[in-house]
Design a protein around this ligand. Structure first.
Ligand code: DC
Length: 220
């Protein structure tokens, strides 16, 4: 069984998907974490991703990016190193968006995503899950919210983690990433034709969860 949850950053995909997976006893797969690991790899090696895509491709090809599924939550490994807690910074968000525009990098990571989708009951979140990675998913949800609302949520998350940032920068980064992700040529961010679009701008986390849970239960 495959459930695809796509949408822009800050729409609540990962927190909602995590809770849905726990409730439904599915495995949660965070595909963004894989692109974030590839972004971290490029930054660590001083690669200007947009200017040097060939270097980013070569480096990612040699690397081992893996997702470990555990009861306590998933871990993302980069060449065996647990980088789960290192990939949530604004800098890595942008690097992930840049590296994810490179088709060769996408194909490498999509292979791993499809493998996971075939071997587990999954709730997989990302940008192209319903349109490209798992086109036959049983349920496809496109989760969205107004940029201003998403920026506020993202700012709250970052502040809670002790990051120093301001609303205007978070909003500008988010809009830039939306633009990057939805205008790239290969597997861009967009709602699958057969997806259910859910706008969480006016909903609390609990309301969003109940809404999604009801949609999924009705269709399962
Ligand atoms: O979901 P996230 O914010 O962790 O994703 C980080 C970046 O990775 C996002 O800006 C675009 C890219 N991404 C993608 O292109 N395709 C996916 N399935 C998941 C993420």
């Amino acid at each position: 069984m495959q459930i695809a949850i796509d949408g822009p950053g800050g729409a609540g995909k990962s927190t909602l998907s995590k809770k849905l997976a726990k409730t439904l006893r599915f495995v949660y797969i965070d595909t963004g974490a894989m692109y974030r690991a590839a972004g971290l790899l490029c930054l660590r090696n001083g690669i200007e991703i947009r200017q040097e895509p060939d270097k980013a491709i070569a480096l990612t090809k040699k690397a081992n990016i893996d997702l470990v599924i555990a009861e306590t939550g998933q871990k993302i490994l980069l060449n065996g190193e647990d980088v789960t807690d290192l990939i949530r910074t604004p800098e890595i968000s942008m690097a992930a968006s840049d590296v994810s525009a490179i088709p060769e990098v996408r194909l490498q990571l999509v292979e791993l995503q499809r493998k996971l989708g075939q071997t587990h009951d999954v709730i997989m979140d990302g940008r192209d899950i319903g349109t490209y990675v798992l086109p036959n998913a049983s349920i496809k949800i496109f989760l969205t919210a107004a940029p201003e609302v998403r920026a506020k949520r993202r700012l709250a998350e970052l502040t809670e983690k002790g990051e120093v940032c301001d609303y205007d920068t978070v909003l500008a980064d988010l809009k830039r990433r939306d633009h990057n992700d939805s205008t790239r040529a290969f597997a861009p961010l967009k709602a699958a034709e057969d997806s259910i679009v859910v706008d969480t701008s006016e909903l609390t986390f609990e309301e969003s969860f109940t809404h999604l849970y009801t949609i999924i239960k009705e269709r399962l």
